[in-house]
Design a protein around this ligand. Sequence first.
Ligand code: ADP
Ligand code: MG
Length: 254
Amino acid sequence: MAVPPVPSAEAGDTVIRIRGLSKWFGKFQALRDITLDVRRGERIVICGPSGSGKSTLIRCLNRLEAHQAGTVVVDGVELNDSLKNIGAVRKDIGMVFQHFNLFPHLTVLENCMLAPIWARKCPRAEAEATARRFLERVRIGDQASKYPGQLSGGQQQRVAIARALCMAPNIMLFDEPTSALDPEMVKEVLDTMVELAKDGMTMLCVTHEMGFARAVADRVIFMDRGEIVEEAPPDEFFSRPKSERTRRFLDQIL
Ligand code: ADP
Ligand code: MG
């Protein structure tokens, strides 16, 4: 396992530092003055209504979107126009999307080996050994020679998680990883994420799976209209939401 098992209570240093982040698409402001620190080993759940800026926020963390105001610093590297910085940050961050984005013409194993070989110049045999290890870890080792289309949605999403882990990221971003899955497959993906959390991975998860939030989140962040409206540990967030907007949201989803 590439991630040292550091319990979050002992974790400390800030790995993501966001200050006054704002983002516009044309004239539309999608993010408003976001300030957030994430400590190493912290597990953060981000929730909020559709269109509130959750995906945009996490996409700004690996420069899939560029911001126009404020600063984003990941592991000491500021995200700006510098391709060198963008490359350095992307090496550090794994991302899992709602739609698994696996390469359909490559086997499960090849999907997991591709980036280590091409982006990290990892020798083939080593890339294969790493891929097999992480596929075992997400309990899908026996599917290595299949193609994505031959797997269930839950299995494909676990491949996507294994593929991200093969790059040995320090931080994992999840954008609604279970919302495209049939209900019976949600648990197997959440279980994988819970294990990752227990291993001390720094995680930011956009999800409305509030059971997951209660089980592993150190903090829950509620976004609305491009702003962070509220953030609190899960107990407090669910039992004593401070803002009316949060209460209305929780009433709808719980
Ligand atoms: P969420 O993930 O919370 O549903 P998003 O971050 O995807 O919200 O989107 C926030 C807002 O930004 C929405 O109003 C959305 O329509 C808008 N938006 C997102 N991506 C783009 C884009 N590429 N071009 C224009 N508007 C966008
Ligand atoms: Mg989204």
